[in-house]
Design a protein around this ligand. Structure first.
Ligand code: 5GP
Length: 199
């Protein structure tokens, strides 16, 4: 069997810039991003099937029962989940796949799929994080407060990840992740069967 694709799991607090970084990564590299399902309502400009598959809570619960998610979590009162079959198929085909998911989901994947690469995106500072979330304009004062408080908690989980990337400039952060991907593909334990088969 050929080498499987690399599963990259990217998390970080709201406003750290995960979305922007992942978008830039997939534009420049042959990497597939998994589109999650959520029970959250779409924000202005979000597109069904691109940002998320927006589904009703009842439908989400049905899919949990049918074991259709690789992982799922409740975040800020809404469910989010990674569709299992698509991600596993892409990895089997040797494709690299990014999951941009919260910490609870990332830790679940880490226990079931430890060969994944776990990357935590850090904001340059809490002040910058506050500015970014405020400038997004989609948060109420309460939800801003919730997201900032959550950010403090979330940053304390960075130590559970394999890599931490500070997003002070998107281009630099993307380069760091590209380097991580290259390095991970040289890990002996990931390639030894393929390597030994050749000699
Ligand atoms: P937002 O509502 O801002 O789009 O996302 C809120 C949080 O849910 C973010 O931390 C995002 O990474 C996370 N998230 C998005 N999709 C998934 C998913 O499929 N599973 C999990 N566990 N978290 C997700």
């Amino acid at each position: 069997m050929g080498i499987k694709g690399q599963l990259l799991v990217v998390s970080g607090p709201s406003g750290a810039g995960k979305g922007t970084i992942c978008k830039a990564l997939i534009e420049k590299n042959p990497i597939w991003i998994s589109t999650s399902c959520t029970t959250r309502k779409p924000r202005a400009g979000e597109v069904e099937g691109v940002n998320y598959f927006f589904i009703e809570r009842e439908e989400f619960l049905k899919r949990i029962d049918n074991d259709e998610f690789l992982e799922y979590a409740e975040v800020y009162g809404n469910f989010y989940g990674t569709p299992r079959s698509e991600v596993l198929r892409l990895l089997e085909e040797g494709k690299d796949v990014i999951l941009e998911i919260d910490i609870q989901g990332a830790l679940k994947i880490k226990s079931s799929y430890p060969e994944g690469v776990f990357i935590f995106i850090m904001p340059p500072s809490m002040e910058e994080l506050r500015n970014r979330i405020t400038n997004r304009g989609s948060e109420t004062p309460e939800s801003l407060k919730t997201r900032l408080e959550a950010a403090y908690d979330e940053i304390s989980f960075a130590s559970k990840y394999d890599y931490a990337v500070v997003n002070d400039e998107v281009d630099k952060a993307v380069k760091k992740i590209e380097s991580i991907i290259i390095a991970e593909k040289c890990r002996v334990f990931k390639i030894k069967d393929e390597l030994l088969g050749r000699f």
